[in-house]
Write a protein that binds this ligand. Structure first.
Ligand SMILES: [Fe+2]
Ligand SMILES: [Fe+2]
Length: 766
C-alpha cells in the first residue's frame, strides 16, 4: 500500500519548558571558563517519548531564540511534504556556567501522533545554518534489533589515561555499530546506553564530541535511550564532586553521602530530553515503551546508600502497575553495576531484586565496570531453572576506554560469563538485543565482528493486550460509506495489538492485517450506491481473541452531509433537528421511531408529540435525493438523566428511574447511554443517586464523558487528536494536500460527538 506523505506546512510556535537551574549557589571557582562556541544548531538528539510508537522528542541547542524543525517521512527525501515548526528556545546560560561557559537556547519538541514503525528524517534550521539530516524510527515492528553500549567517555583531546585517542574512540563506536548491523543483517532500531557517554559531563566539549559525524554518525542515525552515568555528573577538576555542589566537597568527597539535599543532574538534563515521568525530583530516571518492551532507566547516582532509593523503588512499582498489560518484556537499565565485574560482588542487585522478581524483569543492564559480566537467570539471588522466572543481569564492556581485569571470585556460581576485553582488538565491544514475540536474543559483538557471547531469554508473557485497551480499540472503530463500499476506519497504531480486521456487508468483505498493510481502513467493496447495509466488523487481537461489532451504514458519496443531529424536548414536543451542509443535495428526510416510518420532512427539523415517545425511543433519520438514500443514522434522546422527558433533571426523574429499576425494566442501549451516569455499564440505583446528587448540586456534571476524535490522513496516519466533551464539536485540522488528488471531505461527521471517532480525509484522484 502506498503511503501518502503528509503535507502539514503548519507553522507552530512552541514555547516549551526546558529544565533549568537558574540560580545555582556558587561556592567558588577553581577553573577559568572557556567559552564554547556552537554552530547555529548543535547537540541534536532524538529522545524517546513515553510511548515510542507515536512519540519521539527532538531536542537541540540553538544559537538564537528561534529555530525551525523540519521533519518528514524518510520516503520523502526532498522534504516536499515536510512539516515545519518554529520553535522558541529557552535561554540557558547557567547549566555549563562553572566550567565551559556554553550559552544556548535549549529547544525541545515532543512529537506526538507519529506513525508507528516508520522512519522519519529531520533537519533543524537556525538563522543561516541548517543542520545535517537526522533520523529515527518509531516503534511498531513485530521484530527488531537494538544496540546497547556503555562507557564511551567522549572527550575532545587525547589523554593517555584513556588509552585511546579521541578520534579513535568515535571511529570505534562507528565500527561496532556497523558490525552490529552486519552480524544481525538488519538496521538497528535504536541505541540504549548505560552511561558515561562523556568523560566530564560538565565539559560542553565532551557532548559536542558526538557531533563529529565524520567519525561516527551514531547520534545522527538513531534514537538514543540514554541513562546517565557517574561521569555525566563530573566537574572539570575532580571526579568526586557532584555538579550541584561545585567544590563544596573537594576536600572530603565522601561527605556528600551525608548531605540531606538532593542533587540534580544539570548536564545530562540540559543536553537530553528524556520523558518526564520519573520519580519526583529525579528527571534523569524515566520509563519508555518501545513496542512490546517496557524500558526503565534508573539514574543510579540517585539510588545508592544515599539519595532516593526508596522513592525510586516506589516509583518503579507505580510504573509497573500503570503499564500492566502493555508490555511483553521488561528491561531495566542503569549505570552502576548489578554485580562487580572485577570481584563478582553484589553491588546493586540486592537493592532491587525483590522488585525485579515480583514484576518479572527479564533483563537488567548496567555499565561502569569496563568489563563484561553476565549472570545466569537469578531469582531471589539464586540461580533458577524454573521457566518464566528470574532475571539476567548484565554489565556491559566499554568502548575504547580503560579495560579492567578480574581479581576476585565472589558469587562465582551465579555468573554465567565474565571476561576482560583487555586482549580484544581495541578492547571494545557492543551488544545487540533482538526482540521477537518468542524471546530476546542477546549478542556481544567485538570490533572484528565476532560474537563473543550470546544467550536467549524466552518470553514469559504472551504478547498480550489488556481488556480496557481492547475496549478502547473497539470503541474507536468508525464506519463510513463511499459510493461503492462500506469502510471501517482504525488507527494505524493498532498494528501493535490487532492481527486482523474484517468488514462484511452485502455479501462482500475485505480484511487487513494492520501490521502488514499500513492502511487506516478496511473496506467491503463492490456494493450498490445509496443503499443501507448492515455492516459487521470482526477484529482479531494479538492474543487471538476476537470481537464482532456491527452498524447500519449507507453507501454514499456525500461526506459530512448531516451534522448536529439531536432529539430535544421543546414545548411538550419531541423536536428532532439537524444541520445540513448543503441543502440542495437533499430533497426529502424520513424519520423513523423504533424502526417504523413516522413521517417525512423537507426541512431540517421534525416534531413528534411527546406522548408517542419515551426516553428509550430509538429515532432514525434518513436523507434522500431523487429517492436515493444518502444518509442514515440511529440516535436517542440526549438530555442525560431526564427519564420523564420534561427537559429538566430533578427528583421526579429519580423516582421514575427507581420505579423502573425495581420493576425489572430492561434498558436498551439508548437508555443505558442516557442513564448510566456513573459509567459502569449498567443502569442501577447508583445512577439514580447520581441524578439526586446532581439535582442537589453535589456533583457538577451528570455526565462528564470525554471522547477522542482522531483525524487521520488517507493511510490512517494521525493528523490530529482532539479531546471533546460529550455533545461538543471537534475542530478538524487542515486536510493535507496530495498531488494528483482532491480532498472531498471527512469520512464522518464530528459535531455533537458522543463516542470516540476516527475521521478520515477522503480524496478522489484527479
Ligand atoms: Fe566508565
Ligand atoms: Fe562509570
Amino acid at each position: 500500500m502506498k503511503k501518502f506523505p503528509r503535507v502539514m506546512k503548519r507553522i507552530m510556535i512552541f514555547t516549551l519548558f526546558a529544565t533549568l537551574f537558574a540560580s545555582l549557589v556558587v561556592f567558588g571557582f577553581g577553573v577559568k571558563a572557556a567559552n564554547i562556541d556552537i554552530k547555529g544548531v548543535d547537540i541534536i538528539y532524538s529522545n524517546p517519548g513515553e510511548d515510542c510508537s507515536t512519540q519521539i522528542t527532538i531536542s537541540w541547542h540553538a544559537k538564537s531564540r528561534y529555530s525551525t524543525l523540519i521533519y518528514t517521512l524518510k520516503s520523502d527525501p526532498t522534504y516536499a511534504f515536510a512539516t515545519s515548526m518554529l520553535v522558541t528556545g529557552i535561554y540557558d546560560e547557567s547549566s555549563f556556567f562553572h566550567y565551559d561557559v556554553a550559552k544556548f537556547y535549549k529547544c525541545t519538541v515532543p512529537l506526538k501522533d507519529l506513525d508507528p514503525d516508520t522512519e522519519y528524517i529531520y533537519k533543524i534550521r537556525c538563522d543561516d545554518y541548517t543542520s545535517e539530516q537526522y533520523t529515527f524510527r518509531t516503534a511498531g515492528a513485530s521484530e527488531f534489533t537494538f544496540a546497547y553500549m556503555s562507557d564511551i567517555h567522549a572527550i575532545p583531546y587525547d589523554d593517555l589515561e584513556l588509552g585511546m585517542t579521541a578520534v579513535k574512540k568515535l571511529k570505534t563506536v562507528q565500527t561496532l555499530l556497523e558490525k552490529a548491523e552486519d552480524v544481525n543483517d538488519t538496521r538497528l532500531s535504536f541505541i540504549i546506553t548505560t552511561g558515561d557517554e562523556t568523560w566530564r559531563g560538565s565539559q560542553y566539549s565532551n557532548w559536542l564530541e558526538w557531533s563529529k559525524t565524520q567519525f561516527t554518525s551514531a547520534r545522527k542515525d538513531y534514537l538514543w535511550l540514554s541513562c546517565p552515568g557517574n561521569h555525566e555528573y563530573y566537574t572539570q577538576t575532580t571526579n568526586s564532586i557532584w555538579n550541584y555542589y561545585p567544590d563544596k566537597y573537594s576536600s572530603n568527597p565522601s561527605a556528600i553521602y551525608d548531605d540531606p539535599e538532593y542533587f540534580y543532574n544539570t548536564y545530562f538534563n540540559s543536553v537530553k530530553a528524556v520523558p518526564k515521568n520519573g520519580p519526583e525530583g529525579i528527571p534523569s530516571s524515566y520509563y519508555t515503551l518501545y513496542n512490546n518492551i517496557l524500558f526503565i532507566c534508573i539514574d543510579s547516582m540517585q539510588v545508592g546508600d544515599y539519595g532516593k532509593l526508596n522513592e525510586t523503588r516506589a516509583w518503579f512499582e507505580r510504573v509497573m502497575q500503570k503499564n500492566e498489560g502493555k508490555y511483553q518484556y521488561i528491561i531495566v537499565y542503569q549505570h552502576y553495576p548489578w554485580y562487580d565485574f572485577v570481584t563478582g560482588e553484589d553491588k546493586y542487585a540486592y537493592r532491587w531484586r525483590d522488585l525485579f522478581d515480583k514484576y518479572g524483569v527479564d533483563l537488567a543492564l548496567s555499565g561502569h565496570m569496563h568489563g563484561y559480566l553476565r549472570t545466569k537467570t537469578l531469582y531471589d539471588g539464586k540461580v533458577t531453572t524454573e521457566e518464566k522466572k528470574g532475571t539476567v543481569y548484565v554489565v556491559s564492556p566499554q568502548i575504547g576506554d580503560r579495560p579492567k581485569v578480574t581479581s576476585g571470585d565472589q558469587n562465582k556460581n551465579l555468573i554465567a560469563y565474565r571476561e576482560s576485553t583487555k586482549t580484544w582488538t581495541d578492547y571494545s565491544a557492543i551488544s545487540t538485543i533482538t526482540v521477537t514475540n518468542e524471546g530476546l536474543t542477546y549478542k556481544l559483538i567485538d570490533v572484528d565482528g565476532k560474537v563473543r557471547d550470546t544467550f536467549t531469554i524466552e518470553a514469559r508473557r504472551a504478547s498480550t493486550i489488556s481488556e480496557s485497551h481492547k475496549n478502547s480499540i473497539i470503541d474507536s472503530l468508525t464506519f463510513s460509506g463511499t459510493p461503492d463500499s462500506i469502510v471501517c476506519d482504525f488507527k494505524s497504531s493498532y498494528s501493535l495489538y490487532v492481527k486482523n480486521i474484517k468488514v462484511e456487508a452485502g455479501g462482500k468483505s475485505g480484511e487487513v492485517n494492520p501490521s502488514e498493510q499500513k492502511t487506516g481502513y478496511v473496506a467491503a467493496k463492490g456494493l450498490a450506491n445509496n443503499t443501507l447495509y448492515d455492516a459487521k466488523v470482526t477484529i482479531t487481537f494479538i492474543d487471538d481473541s476476537t470481537y464482532t461489532t456491527s452498524a447500519s451504514v449507507v453507501t454514499s458519496g456525500t461526506f459530512g452531509l448531516i451534522n448536529n443531529l439531536k432529539a430535544n424536548v421543546v414545548n411538550d414536543k419531541m423536536n428532532i433537528n439537524w444541520n445540513v451542509s448543503d441543502a440542495s443535495l437533499v430533497d426529502q428526510y424520513k424519520i423513523y421511531i423504533n424502526d417504523e416510518l413516522e413521517g417525512t420532512s423537507t426541512t431540517n427539523s421534525y416534531e413528534i408529540d411527546k406522548s408517542r415517545v419515551e426516553f428509550s425511543t430509538k429515532y432514525t433519520l434518513e436523507a434522500y435525493k431523487d429517492n436515493k438514500l444518502l444518509f442514515h443514522k440511529d440516535f436517542y434522546y440526549g438530555v442525560y438523566g431526564d427519564v420523564n422527558l420534561d427537559g429538566s433533571i430533578n427528583d421526579n426523574d429519580v423516582k421514575k428511574l427507581i420505579e423502573l429499576i425495581f420493576a425489572g425494566y430492561v434498558f436498551n442501549s439508548g437508555a443505558i447511554k442516557l442513564l448510566d451516569n456513573n459509567n459502569d455499564g449498567i443502569v442501577d440505583i447508583g445512577d439514580a443517586f447520581k441524578i439526586l446528587a446532581y439535582q442537589n448540586e453535589r456533583v457538577e456534571h451528570l455526565v462528564y464523558n470525554e471522547y477522542e476524535v482522531t483525524f487521520v490522513g488517507y493511510s490512517g496516519n494521525a493528523l490530529a487528536r482532539v479531546k471533546v466533551l460529550e455533545g461538543e464539536d471537534a475542530v478538524a485540522p487542515e486536510a493535507p494536500t496530495i498531488t494528483g488528488y482532491t480532498f472531498v471531505g471527512w469520512s464522518v461527521s464530528y459535531t455533537n460527538v458522543n463516542s470516540n471517532l476516527i475521521v478520515r480525509a477522503i480524496y478522489e484522484a484527479n
